[in-house]
Design a protein around this ligand. Structure first.
Ligand SMILES: [Zn+2]
Length: 216
């Protein structure tokens, strides 16, 4: 299982860079297996981390094996401690999303994928200094209820019951930002009404898709 998790982390690290969700040493990701979490080491681009380089942290004792973990280790830990079903945390710096939310443009449901993967509401939190207790507190406060948190002038945090689910959410966030930008530039963006969003949320077909994403 440890070998598989390490390989999956390297795979999703590559996908995050490939999709332009982070650049250089930006962003950090982790996955949980029992009482351990595996985190990206600090100072690495996410597509350059070999399976054996993910940092192993014992949740109970705090013991760390390997390289120095990401500076957001406390935020990752906070998410796992908040909800036992969370198995992956992905923090990215997607440029269009950061630009839109920092400009105050609405980030609301407008299509089925948005509702199915991100939910009917995506919270946006004010800027706080990264890498410490303050960021942990504002993120964990939202993760109590939501699976996606947008951070003004910083980035995005997505959680999931698998790396696949957390990654899909991260990807859909930035893809949604592209559409919202296009719609806003072209004219007045039409968002879903509450009833339209509810109808998607209640579709059995969406339930099936969501269940598949939770599998590793
Ligand atoms: Zn960051």
């Amino acid at each position: 299982m440890e070998k598989e998790i390490r390989e999956h982390l390297s795979l999703y690290g590559k996908k995050i860079i490939e999709k332009g969700l982070a650049v250089g040493p930006g962003g950090n990701i982790s996955a949980r297996d029992g009482e351990f979490i595996y985190l990206s080491p600090t100072g690495f681009a996410l597509d350059e981390i070999a399976p054996e380089q993910w940092v192993k942290l014992n949740i109970k004792t705090g013991a760390v094996e390997g390289l120095k973990p990401t500076c957001e280790v406390s935020m990752h830990l906070g998410c796992y401690l908040q909800r036992s079903e969370i198995k992956a945390v992905i923090h990215t710096h997607p440029p269009l999303t950061i630009g839109l939310i920092s400009a105050g443009i609405d980030f609301k449901p407008f299509c089925p994928d948005f509702v199915a993967l991100l939910g009917k509401k995506v919270p946006i939190v004010s800027y706080v200094v990264p890498g410490g207790q303050e960021l942990r507190e504002v993120v964990v406060e939202q993760i109590k209820i939501y699976n996606v948190v947008l951070l003004i002038n910083h980035g995005v945090v997505c959680v999931g019951e698998s790396l696949k689910e957390a990654f899909s959410r991260s990807w859909v966030v930035e893809d949604s930002a592209k559409t919202i930008l296009a719609g806003t530039l072209a004219g007045k963006m039409r968002y879903f009404t509450e009833q339209e969003a509810d109808a998607i949320d209640n579709l059995p077909a969406e339930d099936f898709r969501r269940t598949l994403l939770k599998k590793l």
